[in-house]
Design a protein around this ligand. Structure first.
Ligand SMILES: Nc1ncnc2c1ncn2[C@@H]1O[C@H](COP(=O)(O)OP(=O)(O)OP(=O)(O)O)[C@@H](O)[C@H]1O
Ligand SMILES: [Mg+2]
Length: 228
């Protein structure tokens, strides 16, 4: 399978005040290919969110290179990064980031429009996604009228409606019970397989491991183990 996301000696240091900085990612080199469903595990503070944010072009590495589809990501160009995120990447956060003043349907539509999906195609995709996510009856509701599980499923819809080739999720099931957590995880995996996308899910729940085809384990800013 062709590589879609390549991280080459990526380091990240955060400023820790008084001109000092602390490195929290110590030279990460990984290659992720189409169709790979990856579970990213590691203790709190090991750097999972930092790494995922760099992979999602949301955070600039201090050094090293990120390549998407063999193209080096230019972190100095905000326009390029925004374009990348809108067209190629779907990101699910721990707490659903929804636009509170828009209905469920409109929350999905804005993402599709930003990615340039044609209106008729967008309407078709939204209908299909709402059905898949079991949200048909919630289409006209506002986020405040939904349960936590429903909100997280809308967040999934927002991450998937533009058919991204890279799907990244940071503890998407942390606020859900086991049943809803597995529903959300399976939906991500199934959609990633259908799209031939790469999927990376950060979670603390090791019970989810068997659902994935690759395990990445982080510790202290390094990827210490990678198994297929
Ligand atoms: N914006 C920031 N400024 C300074 N330090 C940060 C910042 N974000 C993260 N860090 C530090 O970087 C390290 C890695 O944090 P990160 O959030 O990537 O870990 P994590 O593995 O996602 O942890 P968790 O499981 O708790 O979410 C931690 O030591 C954290 O304190
Ligand atoms: Mg985190």
């Amino acid at each position: 399978m062709p590589a879609i996301l390549e991280c080459d000696d990526v380091r990240k240091a955060y400023s820790s005040g008084e001109g000092r900085s602390e490195e929290v990612l110590h030279g990460i080199t990984i290659t992720l290919s189409r169709g790979e469903c990856v579970i990213l595990l590691g203790p709190s503070g090991s750097g999972k969110t930092s790494l995922l944010s760099i992979l999602g072009c949301l955070l600039t590495p201090t050094s090293g290179e990120l390549r998407i589809d063999n193209e080096v990501v230019d972190f100095s160009s905000t326009t390029t990064l925004t374009e990348r995120r809108r067209s190629t990447i779907g990101f699910v956060f721990q707490h659903a980031h929804l636009l509170p003043f828009l209905t469920v349907e409109e929350n999905l539509a804005t993402v599709g429009r930003n990615a340039g999906v044609a209106p008729a195609e967008l309407a078709r995709r939204i209908t299909a996604l709402l059905e898949l996510l079991r949200l048909e009856s919630a289409a006209m509701k506002f986020p405040s009228q939904l349960s936590g599980g429903q909100r997280q499923r809308v967040a999934l819809g927002r991450a998937l409606v533009h058919d991204p080739s890279i799907i990244l999720a940071d503890e998407p099931t942390a606020s859900l019970d086991w049943e809803n957590g597995t529903i959300v995880t399976d939906m991500l995996i199934n959609r990633a397989r259908e799209l031939g996308a790469v999927l990376v899910v950060v979670t603390h729940d090791t019970r989810l491991i068997p659902r994935f085809n690759r395990v990445l384990q982080m510790e202290g800013g390094n990827v210490i183990e990678s198994s297929h």
